[in-house]
Design a protein around this ligand. Structure first.
Ligand SMILES: [Fe+2]
Length: 295
């Protein structure tokens, strides 16, 4: 069957949908993230990665059946899986309970009725936090589940997530809601990725999304392709910043200054969005993960 310009229909379907784009996915890399027409469009048509994930993660993502307690009566985690192209990775939502009893939803996953009920049972939901400019995909789902919660977004989300409703953009001034219990640093200097790092003082936990990824054989949900990709990127069994950070650090001196401010926090474990959480030698592991930008 032939499509436009004499191409086969399959070839036409595999084209980038940006009509101004002259490049085509490499036919020898089909099945890889970088050969995927979705990834191609993300690069050349300024689609957000979240939109690409949304397109690619249709049927394959799944959630753990319930919340996992990370710090009793303070922190809970919810893991789920996403596909980017053919590669599958895990992602993680964190719930933070303030001393007031109110709950912060950090980097939300998609909510269904069961999860909504489970989270609502922890306490009133005061805030939804999109802590990175690549971490807002499920904010709308969380807003639908908890319409009375205020939404706080990392700088840059307002540009990427067109039409997303939110109340506050996070900055240097910590919101009064959590200022007595959490520290925060808005990472400056980066060109592509933006992120707000948090430090939960009571549990001495650093909470990141993409500044450290930690993929190991123990990481749930990876598949052969993701393992190949992370090995190729030098990130398998070797914690490091997300590849998108390394593509465009921008003002390295400013980034370095903020990473050193984060390392000055007295944390002993790390919650991150992708890969395994870090519960031992946390400060050394994070410093090692950032060694190339810190030196
Ligand atoms: Fe991420």
């Amino acid at each position: 069957m032939r499509g436009e310009n004499g191409k086969t229909l399959a070839a036409a379907e595999n084209r980038c949908r940006d009509t101004n784009c002259r490049r085509r996915p490499n036919p020898h890399r089909h099945g890889s993230i970088f050969g995927s027409p979705h990834f191609h469009e993300a690069v050349h048509q300024r689609y957000s990665v979240e939109q690409v994930v949304d397109e690619c993660a249709t049927t394959e993502w799944a959630m753990k059946p319930s919340l996992e307690v990370f710090a009793p009566d303070a922190l809970w985690l919810r893991d789920y899986f996403v596909r980017v192209g053919g590669a599958r990775v895990n992602a993680r939502m964190t719930l933070i309970k303030l001393r007031s009893g109110e709950i912060l939803v950090h980097s939300p996953c998609a909510f269904d009725d069961s999860l909504t009920a489970e989270v609502a049972a922890l306490g009133p939901i005061a805030a939804i936090i999109a802590p990175g400019n690549f971490h807002w995909l499920h904010v709308r789902s969380c807003q639908r589940a908890f319409p009375d919660a205020a939404t706080y977004v990392c700088p840059g989300v307002e540009k990427r997530a067109k039409g997303l409703a939110f109340e506050f953009v996070l900055g240097d001034e910590i919101p009064r809601l959590w200022a007595n219990e959490l520290s925060q640093i808005v990472l400056r200097g980066t060109r592509l990725m933006r992120e707000v790092a948090f430090f939960h003082r009571a549990s001495r936990t650093l909470i990141l999304v993409d500044l450290v990824e930690n993929f190991t054989p123990a990481t749930p949900g990876t598949n052969l392709l993701s393992r190949i990709v992370f090995r190729g990127l030098g990130m398998w069994n070797r914690p490091g910043p997300a590849p998108e950070y390394r593509l465009a650090w921008g003002d390295k001196s400013q980034v370095r200054e903020d990473l050193e401010r984060i390392l000055a926090w007295d944390f002993e474990r790390v919650i991150l969005a992708h890969g395994d959480i870090i519960t031992r030698d946390a400060r050394q592991i994070v410093a090692q993960a950032w060694r190339k930008i810190l030196r």
